[in-house]
Design a protein around this ligand. Structure first.
Ligand code: NAD
Length: 247
């Protein structure tokens, strides 16, 4: 049984989807959790649901692609919640298009929300972790960052970038007992994959040895493991949660 009592976590993009499931899973294991999302209403709801589990939680609106917004987020956390031991960089978006049709703005937006956010949030979280000589950083990448995908050059670049950042942070801060790992989900049932046509969805399922889409809970279980003492000797790794699609 994993026990995270006494640990404080922050999960970006936790108003809905995979981030919400991660936050609930960490709280169910005993952690107090900061819920942060660009959409404050959904963040408040997740936060309420965590409080109902008997854990401390605050909801903070932040745009993780903005340095100013991320700095304010961590100032609010320090003042109203306490320092963070577990950081889950989950917020992400897609703006799919063929490379030849992709506007520069969509390249920049996807790189900023998915990748720059990991740099900004890690930079804010890491100083107190260094002081405490303890930190667990878990970055949500994607199998697309490992294998590429047509119409997703921006997303694939961002997710591959997250893997590079994860390994670099792991090397830079291992000496302070801070681990950094990435999770690369495959195709997970979510708002993102709900947009797929039934034909495209079936095409993906045909590629998955376990013959189903993953669930947000499948991803959250992997986060829980990496956040727990069971993973104390694991750093700089990419754990695919994809039903065996990439191997
Ligand atoms: P989702 O769209 O359901 O949730 C993303 C959340 O991030 C939303 O609550 C949204 O409001 C928030 N968000 C968006 N932009 C933000 C910003 N600038 N600042 C703060 N919050 C912001 O997506 P999801 O499917 O739950 O995906 C979560 C993560 O998992 C993403 O990083 C995604 O790339 C990754 N992922 C998803 C899948 C999948 O199949 N769904 C597969 C692989 C990886």
């Amino acid at each position: 049984m994993i026990n995270l009592a006494g640990k404080r976590a922050l999960v970006t993009g936790s108003g809905r989807g995979i981030g919400r499931e991660i936050a609930l899973k960490l709280a169910a294991a005993g952690a107090d959790v900061v819920i942060t999302d660009v959409d404050l209403e959904s963040a408040k709801q997740t936060s309420k649901d965590i409080q109902a589990l008997g854990r401390k939680s605050i909801a903070v609106q932040a745009d993780v692609s903005s340095q100013e917004s991320v700095q304010k987020l961590f100032e609010t956390c320090a003042a109203d919640f306490g320092t963070i031991e577990i950081l889950v960089n989950n917020a992400g978006i897609t703006r799919d298009n063929l490379l030849i049709r992709m506007p520069e703005a969509d390249w920049d937006l996807v790189l900023n929300v998915n990748l720059k956010s990991v740099f900004l949030c890690t930079k804010e979280a890491i100083r107190p972790m260094m002081k405490a000589r303890y930190g667990r950083i878990i970055n949500i990448a994607s199998v697309i960052g490992l294998m590429g995908n047509a119409s997703q050059v921006n997303y694939a670049a961002a997710k591959a970038g997250i893997i590079g950042v994860t390994m670099s942070v792991a090397k830079e801060y291992a000496v302070k007992n801070i681990t950094a790992n990435a999770i690369a989900p495959g195709f997970i049932q979510s708002a993102m994959t709900d947009k797929l046509s039934p034909e495209v969805r079936q095409k993906y399922v045909d590629y998955i040895p376990l013959a189903r889409l993953g669930t947000a809970e499948d991803v959250a279980n992997a986060v829980l493991f990496l956040a727990s003492p069971l993973a104390d000797y694991i750093t700089g790794q990419v754990l695919t949660v994809d039903g065996g699609m990439v191997m």
